[in-house]
Design a protein around this ligand. Sequence first.
Ligand code: SF4
Length: 638
Amino acid sequence: MEIIKAKTAGFCFGVDRAVKLTYELVEKGHKVATLGPLIHNPQCVADLESKGVITAGELSQVPKGYEVVIRSHGVPYDIYRQLEEGGFEYHDATCPFVAKIHRIAKKASDAGAVLLVAGDKNHPEVQGIVGHTDGECYVFADLDELKAWKGPKNSQSEIYVVAQTTFQVTKWAECTDFIKKDYTNAQIFDTICNATWARQQEAEDLSQRCDLMVVIGGHHSSNTQKLVRVAEKHTGAVTVETAAELQPEWFRGVKTVGVTAGASTPSSIIEEVLNSMSEEIREEQSFAELFAESEANLKPVFAGKIVEGTVTSITPNEVQVDIGTKHTGFVKLSELGDDPAAVLNTLKVGDTLDLVVEKVSDQDGVAYLSRKKLEERKGREEVAKAAEEGTVMEGTVTGTNKGGVMVQVKGVAVFVPRSQATMRRDEDINALVGQDVKLVITECAGRKIIGSINKVTAEANAAKREAFWNEVEEGKTYTGTVKSLTSYGAFVDVGGVDGLCHISELSWNRIKHPSEVVSVGDTIEVYVKALDRENQKVSLGFKKAEDNPWEKLRNEYPIGSTFTAPVVSITKFGAFVRILPGVDGLVHISEISNERVEKVSDVLKVGQEVNVKLLAVDFDKKRISLSMKALLEDEVEE
Ligand code: SF4
């Protein structure tokens, strides 16, 4: 017996997505309840239940603390309202193809149109669709039921026609032909899922060449039962849920048997059934594949192809796009860019996006796309061109590692070795993180892309140096950055050139180290004190003439003025008193008191505030004479 397995047998895109989501939640330790059996496959549902998943008939059966998974069939709008009002955490695994029908139903409702639904009124998917319109609605299972419809209550009403995603393709053709003749204003939306269509086409094709068709799937799965109906038009057809239901007598006298499976049949069960029957298994090239191949010749879609997609719907997890072929395009939010939330805020239905195809499933009629990868690709091309032409590029430093820093340039990661990241070895490369930098690409081979920030900095500095020496003159002021400190002064970058500000030029006061006045990284105002053009050396001044305490003394302390000031040091011949920061005057031992003073420390202490009179100032020698005695004499006179 020859066994031919249909290529399309097994999980479709929507079911696969819902099952994966649920298993992922369970693996992460979430408590999960599905609204109704997750898929029409008792074995898969039992496996999930053995892992703690609860199958709830309605929301009231969901225990506290459980997260709700909406299965691929979708639910009426009212359930979303109840989920929100009940404060449930939920995960929406409604198949995007079903969600699209919900949007059409809502549109019909908003437009006051009648919604005609081709499908089984007892099927949860159809109940979900009907639950998205508030207007007039009629569900028909076949042409007879459609003919029984009396038409819209208001003959002027618009008519929207949709189909359950698993509706039989041939019945849909009959029904829509009828609608087109009798209701010329009807808007018909072909919402039969490509996965369903492909499975039915292949089942039809295969059944014409086989003596028997075995359809694997849930006895309550509508798409499985539809496959049986399609197959039995041409040959004998049986359905099994598991290998245990296979009956040997079915195969008596059978030379060729075709095997297909419903969209909710796990591959493990298909394998099990095939192994039980197995003699010779041949993979069939399906009608869908042949069709896809011929179509691909006309309008190929393949991984790596750049396409333009028009946004048809936006959900919190993905964006659906029309790429002008039979495929429905999906872009995950994470593939829209580095900040997908920001992209979502500006994106709207009808916008066009440049995208690259990552993966195509002709069986399911879906294409997975990415904008991020396209940008990366374009960025890689630009970086390669810049490497060839030596163009300076801009990027952002994203992090450091043992060997250097990583820079993001046009979405491409460029490595800059430590020696090429900063001009000086003692500069901290961590300070570069988050900064925008200019760099050249020195090597670009596949994923190995290396750059240099130093080359650009060195060139820029050379240009700045030249400009500096062209326009510098003594007395000119600059805003500079303190680059380093030594015991004898501070080096200040005044535009590509580091000038030295000697320690004596930093403050009018006597200081022990430049760090008492400035720190590395400070931005300070300096002026050019002296230039050595031959050796390209610049001496800078920082302290300001107007802050010179001797000038202040000249202006604010006339001879004869009196004031109170602290004693800062005591010597054999007198005491020094601080008049201004950096300016001390001497009260000679003979000027301390009317009486004879033997030892200065007998009458004065460091820190003591004393009343003094300014007797004389020698500005050249920086000497000041003060007297305490003079004040006492003045008092006696008074
Ligand atoms: S059959 Fe189609 S519509 Fe239904 S879940 Fe699968 S992919 Fe979605």
